[in-house]
Design a protein. Sequence first.
Length: 91
Amino acid sequence: MSKSNTIYSDLKNDMNPVTWISKYRQNSIPYLTVMVLFYHLIGFVIMIIGSIIVDFVVNNYTEPTIPLTGISVIFAGPFEESIFFGIPFYL
C-alpha cells in the first residue's frame, strides 16, 4: 500500500464519529494539524447552524454584549474542553 493510501485510510478512520475518542493512528505534525482543522470546522459549522436556529426560533433575539478580554477568550477553550470532555472520563 502506498503512503498516500495509508494517510487517506488513517484520516478516514480518525474522522469517523465512532473513533473520535480513540487514539489517532498517526502523530505527525501535518496529520495533527489536519485533525485540529477538521474539529474546528465541525465546531464552526455547528456554531453557525445553532445561530441560524436561534434567530428563527427566538423572536427579537439580540446577541448579548458582554465585554471580552483577550485572556478570557484564550482560556475559554481549554476550560470548556476540560469541563465537558476531560473530567467526565475521570469520574
